[in-house]
Design a protein around this ligand. Structure first.
Ligand SMILES: Cc1cc2nc3c(=O)[nH]c(=O)nc-3n(C[C@H](O)[C@H](O)[C@H](O)COP(=O)(O)OP(=O)(O)OC[C@H]3O[C@@H](n4cnc5c(N)ncnc54)[C@H](O)[C@@H]3O)c2cc1C
Length: 305
């Protein structure tokens, strides 16, 4: 518990430590700026807020490429204000079927830590095929200095609920990576006693977003493993899985079903259908079906993002 609080509020605890060590007015005034230096979250769940794009970078050069978009917060000391695990909403102007102007609204999960100051990053797959995606194409067209609208947070599953289990399996396809990265990075940063096993599926090796970062996490933390699966391997020495995710891969790389385990799933509709069944149209979890059900999991130990 203390460890979690310590990791979350290092500045405040450092300041409190200084007060205890030295005491008195001088240190109190030194402590004040640290407390005052935590402005409110930049986003609101109730109103759209316009933020400026300050950096744009292509992460994969694939048919549907992934881009990183960095947005500045109004104050450089501000945090985006999204607890793990949650996402934000953004919107793009569209022309509706009846010719009137409207908005396409989509959720995205920042890949920056929840306490990152002054900015947040989104990794967005830009859909060009089978036809251009409305919101991702809008983002691709933004130039540094342009703005986009955001709202949030949209809470998903809290890290404290995830941490009630001992073993957590993460299964993602493509940019379904982003919520998994949010959960894994924060759980590892807080030193939570969780065993995390990640199965990450992509079309090709070139499509694997942030592979170096994931490999770095696995090298640094004994309790984090990642197993990559690609539709088609191009190199002969490919160490991961090939084809769609199979029951055997799940059996081998995920925790066993039980009260101490949890599996988080996020991916395109086809993958969700095969592994767990997709969420219902009203965005509720819906029944568990697919390979995870066949392996003995039930609704209490699978969460669909
Ligand atoms: C909780 C959550 C978090 C997410 N986080 C991220 C993230 O961090 N990064 C990210 O890249 N994505 C993320 N997504 C997905 C994202 O919200 C969008 O769904 C995605 O970017 C596509 O939106 P779009 O408007 O660009 O494309 P759309 O206009 O919705 O189209 C997407 C693709 O599907 C095709 N398509 C559309 N309709 C049909 C149809 N009826 N039949 C067949 N094909 C169709 C289009 O041609 C296009 O290729 C997240 C989703 C959820 C639910």
């Amino acid at each position: 518990m203390l460890q979690g609080i310590r990791a979350r509020f290092p500045t405040l605890l450092a300041a409190a430590g200084a007060t205890a060590a030295v005491g008195g007015y001088v240190v109190w005034t030194a402590t004040r700026p640290a407390l005052a230096a935590t402005p409110a979250s930049a986003l609101s769940p109730d109103e759209w807020r316009s933020l400026k794009l300050v950096h744009k970078e292509q992460l994969t050069k694939t048919t549907n490429p992934v881009w990183l978009f960095r947005f500045a917060l109004p104050d450089e000391k501000q945090v985006v204000g999204l607890p793990v695990a949650s996402c934000l909403l953004t919107r793009a102007p569209i022309t509706k079927k009846d010719g009137r102007p409207g908005w396409a609204i989509r959720p995205y999960t920042p890949i920056t830590a929840p306490d990152a100051r002054g900015h947040f990053d989104l990794a967005i797959k830009v859909y060009k095929q089978p036809s251009p995606g409305k919101v991702s194409t809008f983002f691709e067209g933004l130039s540094v200095g342009d703005s986009a609208d955001f709202k949030g947070p949209l809470p998903k599953l809290s890290l404290s609920d995830i941490a009630k289990r001992k073993e957590v399996g993460l299964v993602a396809g493509g940019t379904g990576l982003t919520p998994m990265l949010q959960v894994a990075t924060e759980a590892l940063r807080q030193g939570l006693p969780l065993k995390l096993s990640f199965i990450f599926a992509n079309v090709s090796e070139d499509d694997i977003v942030m592979r170096k970062h994931l490999d770095g996490l696995a090298a640094k933390h004994d309790n984090f493993r990642v197993y990559y699966v690609v539709d088609k391997a191009t190199s002969k020495s490919w160490p991961g899985g090939v084809g769609f995710i199979t029951k055997d891969m799940l059996k081998q790389h995920l925790p066993h079903p039980g009260p101490d385990s949890l599996v988080l799933v996020c991916g395109p509709p086809g993958m969700m259908g095969a592994l767990s069944g997709d969420k219902l149209p009203d965005k509720s979890q819906g029944p568990l079906t697919g390979l995870l059900k066949e392996l003995g999991f039930d609704e209490s130990n699978v969460y669909k993002f």
